[in-house]
Write a protein that binds this ligand. Structure first.
Ligand SMILES: [Zn+2]
Length: 445
């Protein structure tokens, strides 16, 4: 909220103040948002949701106090959110145990707590992964770790993928959806619902993914770059942590940055692509077309390739690698890969001015010595570590929480001009011009 200026002006709700003007000039003040009563209500609603997400449950009085609102104002927001099905009321456990039956029905609803609705499925969440596609229908208040109800291998074409989703649509309960939220790998234009470039899933570049999904489920579709979903999910469940870099290891390696509690906005729709930083001396070819990318060494397939080579076998299993590291520790080939990873992450931390790194995915499934080695490598390369503390924290993937947060923010309580996408949109023309220029002049890499 600290970027919001409370200037009562007549700009109309729903018209993003950051919309580029028709002459192509940059708006004069894209980060300034004109705040009017309706917008103020939306800001307050979001703040209330964010508090509830962090607390789990709270009373009306607690929420009013935490948000610095009067009780009637907070109460009105709560009533609206209850009516729309975003919130639900539950009995306070201690109260229902202590009071005589029937005593709590009067006196300003004592003992009633609020929480995000965790009964009715509102969003269909889909994870389009390099190897597997997973989905689930989830309520807004699903605070659990990721739990998917349907899973299939990701096919090699959009047509087959669409066919699989149609089969899923027949099985997964999905009436009255508020939206379909899709986590996708690669460089994603979230605004247009398109994948611009996907090193490990090239077919997604050639199809209007959002349109394909809308043809199956009649609901708004949001594509969210997968590491951004993970970072938003981590922030949703640990809201006290406002600034961090999340790096995820799996079929690829990627990151996302949260600054000031929000996704960091970059001029281009490229962010956190740590996995495609070259490691000197690494001869492996990467799905992006380059040679030597970090992810060819520390993605799950990369680690398994190195392990198989070291064992002089054609292939190796993840379980065998876990077992090997448990018995032998961080062996030299693994140490080298982790040192390279630490150096790349330290580079990002040095540029961004962050001191907290969250690690998710496959590296966290290996024995603790692996994370310790990686943390030491990051600290060695981070300037802040010379005189301050660099925190490296392993964490579970909270992709669903991130997708639902995004769904609520973008589809249920949209706030024009306030968020990352609007700020990126200001530069979309520039992105298009750059892409057009590259196509017209292939000599220019
Ligand atoms: Zn690459």
């Amino acid at each position: 909220m600290n970027r919001v200026a409370a200037t009562p002006r007549s700009a109309r709700e729903g018209v993003p103040p950051s919309t580029p003007d028709p002459n192509g000039a940059r708006p004069r003040n894209p980060s300034r948002v004109v705040l009017q009563p309706e917008k103020m209500r939306r800001v307050n609603r979001r703040a209330l949701l964010s508090h509830l997400r962090a607390l789990g449950t709270a009373s009306r009085a607690d929420l009013a106090k935490a948000l610095g609102l009067s009780q009637p104002t907070a109460g009105k927001i709560v009533d609206e959110l209850l009516a729309s099905g975003v919130l639900e009321e539950v009995a306070a456990p201690s109260d229902s145990a202590a009071s005589p039956p029937g005593a709590s029905a009067r006196l300003g609803r004592p003992g009633r707590l609020l929480r995000l609705d965790s009964r009715r499925p509102r969003f269909l969440v889909i994870r389009l992964g390099v190897r597997h596609t997973r989905l689930a229908a989830v309520p807004v208040g699903d605070r659990t770790e990721d739990h998917w109800t349907w899973e299939r291998p990701t096919p090699a074409s959009a047509r087959e993928w669409g066919r699989e989703l149609r089969r899923a649509a027949a099985i997964v309960r999905s009436q009255d959806l508020w939206g379909v939220l899709v986590s996708v790998p690669g460089v994603v234009d979230e605004r247009d619902g398109r994948v611009l470039f996907s090193p490990n899933l090239h077919w997604t570049e050639k199809v209007e993914l959002a349109a394909l999904i809308r043809g199956i489920w009649d609901a708004p579709v949001l594509l969210v770059q997968e590491e951004r979903a993970l970072a938003l999910g981590h922030h949703a469940l640990e809201p006290a942590l406002d600034d961090f870099l999340l790096v995820d290891f799996g079929d690829g390696v990627g990151g996302a940055v949260i600054v000031d509690g929000r996704p960091h906005a970059n001029p281009l729709p490229v962010s956190g692509e740590l996995g495609h930083t070259p490691v000197l001396g690494n001869p492996r070819r990467c799905g992006c077309g380059a040679t030597g990318c970090l992810e060819t060494l520390v993605s799950q397939p990369g680690l398994l390739a190195s392990f198989a080579t070291a064992q002089r076998r054609p292939s190796a299993s993840w379980e065998a690698l876990q077992d090997h590291v448990a018995r032998r520790g961080v062996v030299p080939w693994l140490a080298e890969a982790l040192d390279a990873t630490g150096a790349v992450i330290a580079g990002a931390v040095n540029v961004l001015g962050l001191r907290h790194v969250v690690i998710t995915g496959s590296l966290t499934e290996l024995p603790a010595a692996v994370m310790e080695h990686l943390a030491a490598a990051i600290r060695r390369g981070a300037l802040w570590g010379r005189f301050g503390e660099i925190v490296v924290q392993p964490a579970p993937r909270r992709r669903i929480a991130g997708l639902v947060t995004m769904g609520l923010d973008r589809l249920v309580l949209p706030l024009a001009g306030e968020d990352h996408l609007e700020r990126t949109t200001v530069r979309r023309k520039t992105v298009r011009a750059v892409l057009r220029g590259a196509a017209a002049n292939p000599a220019n890499p």
